[in-house]
Write a protein that binds this ligand. Structure first.
Ligand code: GAP
Length: 489
């Protein structure tokens, strides 16, 4: 990461903490690694992102419904899905620092160093060697690559490495009344399996016809060994997943459709299509016959924000085998029973949050010849902004606060609105800019005479005079869900 991008990313993290978006977990106890809490504004932004996803995936599709399955599930589910045996990362320890690393990430860091030094050929060759070793699950080869490229431990600076070993990422705990008969259960590492095991329940109770989808938003847990880059890689995080059940043989067509749909969705939020790209998987997961990541250009480079996988009938077939229950669909159009194929879209809510934050944050220099000035601003799309508008009486007296509270009450049922009467109006505008509030509604003496207010726009900082009676309409047009969703229909 360049110094400029590093500084920018540090400012984003500091800003998120200062303004109540994201806090390190358990901070007064020195924190808990790779676990974060969302603050008073963070939770609003996160809820808005969930709503936007739910509305666009469930509400706008006649053939998609949602569920909310439990985090704990029968332990055999994770055997059937392949997670008990195969959900591993290749780990390597440095014997001097006693630090543990993901072998592939050590190599990726070396690739970035080659790229930064303009050694493009070396970077490409190393990437190809690593992909080949990962594809073949060749752990000794991974270690050899690390040694051949003189990759040292960032902490100790030495090459005193252990062998590369597989490390399972699932958290386990015990469920049961006494230690003797307690069962090992897992904290789910993905929400997808909760959907697969409910496939028939939903299909039958909802009389769903293939093709149809089941969507879910929920927590997932992974014992990530290398947790870094703020909320990018966490041990407890949230996923928004869709499993779309299709007739076998049509899955790649649907896969292409979902790729386009999901990319469009991301661009609708962040505006800038140049910040996104597809990255085809070289090493396909055990369940997939096609897979792609939607990557976002973070300050630390292009990285995955969403995965789209054509999962074949792997999961349903495995659950059929392990449970002994038929998980089939009778297709009346072709008069046949089959196990449907599945196309999955899976976006990490926390990573999505980070794309929004990085994309929105700006430190603007507003200095003129006479005066130094600057502001921190979050350019969120109004529909997802944590606070949609602030109502600001110019002074604390002469009936202005009462008038301002009337406006607040007329808008607060539909939108999250703040009321602020402290400090100068300029300082109040800056506070709202810093949390990304798109509109500041100022009540002044003229308001008492003609029922108009000044509306100040966050991005342009322009002001316009509007009748109070027109505020609801303006808010609906600019900050209502339609302002985002209309483009997706
Ligand atoms: N059901 C498929 C699945 O879980 P994945 O690529 O492992 O696929 C999907 O995860 C998405 O979940 C990723 O694109 C990422 O946004 C998010 N994600 C995965 N691990 C994460 C972690 N440790 N912290 C934050 N988000 C994570």
């Amino acid at each position: 990461m360049s110094k400029q991008n590093d500084d920018f990313f540090k400012s984003v993290i500091a800003h998120a903490k200062e303004y109540g978006l994201v806090f390190p977990s358990s901070e007064i106890y020195d924190g808990l690694s790779a676990v974060y809490d969302y603050g008073q504004l963070g939770v609003e932004l996160k809820n808005n992102l969930k709503q936007y996803w739910w509305k666009s995936m469930v509400q706008l599709h006649e053939n998609i419904v949602g569920i909310d399955s439990a985090i704990f599930m029968h332990p055999t589910i994770w055997k059937a899905s392949g997670h008990v045996d195969g959900f591993n990362d290749p780990m390597i320890d440095n014997k001097d620092s006693k630090k543990r690393y993901r072998a592939d990430q050590l190599i990726e860091d070396q690739i970035s160093r080659y790229e930064a030094d303009g050694k493009t050929e070396e970077a490409q060759q190393l990437q190809a060697d690593m992909d080949e070793a990962l594809n073949a699950d060749d752990l000794p080869r991974l270690k050899a690559i690390i040694e051949e490229h003189n990759i040292v431990c960032p902490q100790s600076g030495t090459k005193n490495w252990t062998d590369v070993r597989q490390f399972n990422l699932m958290f386990s705990t015990k469920m049961g009344a006494s230690a003797e008969d307690a069962d090992t259960v897992y904290l789910r590492p993905e929400t997808a399996q909760g959907i697969f095991v409910n496939f028939l329940n939903v299909q039958k109770s909802g009389r769903m016809k293939v093709p149809f989808g089941i969507a879910q938003i929920g927590k997932a847990f992974r014992n990530e060994v290398i947790a870094r880059q703020f909320i990018m890689r966490m041990r407890e995080f949230e996923q928004m997943e869709l499993q779309f059940f299709v007739r076998p043989g049509t899955e790649l067509e649907w896969y292409e459709k979902w790729k386009e749909t999901r990319l469009k969705w991301h661009i609708s939020l962040n505006g800038d299509s140049k910040k996104y790209r597809f990255h085809d998987h070289v090493k396909l997961a055990h369940y997939a016959n096609a897979a792609v990541d939607i990557e976002y250009d973070f300050p630390f480079g292009f990285k995955e924000v969403e995965g789209i996988h054509s999962r074949t009938d792997f999961d349903l077939a495995q659950h059929q085998k392990f449970s002994g229950k038929k998980l089939q669909y009778f297709d009346p159009e072709i008069n046949q029973n089959y196990v449907p194929y599945v196309v999955e879209t899976s976006v990490g809510l926390d990573r999505l949050f980070l794309t929004i934050l990085c994309n929105a944050f700006e430190e603007q220099d507003l200095s003129t010849e006479d005066k130094k000035d600057s502001r921190s601003v979050l350019h969120f799309h109004p529909a997802i902004a944590p606070v949609k508008a602030a109502v600001l009486p110019l002074t604390k007296k002469d009936g202005l606060p009462e008038k301002a509270r009337e406006i607040l009450n007329s808008l607060r049922i539909d939108y999250n609105i703040q009321y602020d009467e402290k400090d100068s109006i300029g300082k109040r505008y800056r506070r709202q800019d810093a949390i990304g509030t798109p509109f500041c509604i100022t009540v002044d003496y003229q308001t008492l005479e003609d029922d108009t207010v000044t509306v100040r726009h966050r991005d342009s900082m322009e002001q316009e005079r509007l009748p109070i009676a027109g505020l609801e309409r303006m808010m609906a047009e600019k900050a209502g869900w339609k302002s985002l969703l209309n483009d997706l229909i």
